[in-house]
Design a protein around this ligand. Structure first.
Ligand code: G3P
Ligand code: MG
Length: 242
């Protein structure tokens, strides 16, 4: 497995410097020197994976209603910011490959669509990233989705996402054969960090936009941080290589 984690991961594409989950955001992050980009992927009504965070369109596009009510053509007609349509996952994946940035693909199923979403994302990701060469990191709050990703694309590393890490996290982590643990920055306990360190498991925290908080988390041994503030942090140093 080839997974190199930099210290910083641009959140939702280009963080707060570009419309979220857009190709423009990914390009901006790469241009600013970020070596990794996180984005969210959900299925539309045609069962195609697109970059979008919410189940509804209003917050991040000029559309209305549910993502699951949109066809592929509808998605092309939406404006996700600065005239860019909602990007199909394959376009974002190819762009990351082309730019040489690590894609952290957050599988974000609409309620009840965990299996379908993971299956579609894993199939497209496996086609774009064969086993040799740099790989993306697939992550999800949905353990069901991660299980499906493991079945469909076992060679792609998986990250388990929690807001608060539960007591039985290590068993879950092992069952999914995961590579990374992701959690909310303000909820990370010393116990979890200590166990992760003992097991050589990288810990990634979201979403960190304050330098003081970043400094503290790195000094506690956190591997990498997600940020919206691409303007505040120097993205270069590698934090983990395997
Ligand atoms: O993947 C880390 C982070 O993106 C999870 O939260 O809501 O921003 O997708 P959210
Ligand atoms: Mg996300």
């Amino acid at each position: 497995m080839s997974l190199t984690l930099p210290r910083w991961i641009a959140h939702r594409g280009g963080g707060s410097l570009a419309p979220e989950n857009t190709l423009a955001g990914i390009r901006l992050a790469a241009a600013m020197g970020f070596r990794a980009v996180e984005f969210d992927v959900m299925l539309n009504g045609d069962g195609s994976p697109f970059l979008i965070h919410d189940e509804t369109l209003e917050r991040t596009t000029d559309g209305h209603g549910l993502v699951s009510a949109m066809s592929d053509l509808d998605m092309q007609r939406l404006d996700a910011g600065n005239g860019e349509a909602v990007p199909p996952f394959v376009e974002a994946a190819r762009l990351c490959r082309q730019l040489g940035v690590l894609a952290n693909v957050e599988i974000k199923p609409a309620r009840g669509y965990d299996r379908e979403t993971a299956a579609a994302v894993a199939a497209q990701a496996a086609a774009i990233w064969p086993a040799a060469g740099p790989l993306p990191l697939l992550s999800s709050f949905s353990l069901e989705a991660l299980g499906v990703a493991r079945e469909r694309a076992p060679h792609l590393p998986r990250g388990v996402l929690f807001e608060t890490v539960p007591a039985d996290w290590l068993a879950i982590f092992r069952q999914l054969d995961a590579s990374t643990l992701h959690c909310a920055a303000d909820r990370l306990s010393d116990d979890v960090l200590e166990t992760a360190r003992a097991q050589a498991i990288p810990v990634l925290c979201f979403t960190v936009n304050r330098p003081v908080q970043a400094k503290k988390l790195f000094s506690r041994g956190v591997t990498a941080l997600f940020t919206d503030r691409l303007d505040l942090f120097s993205p270069e140093t590698a934090a983990y290589k395997r």
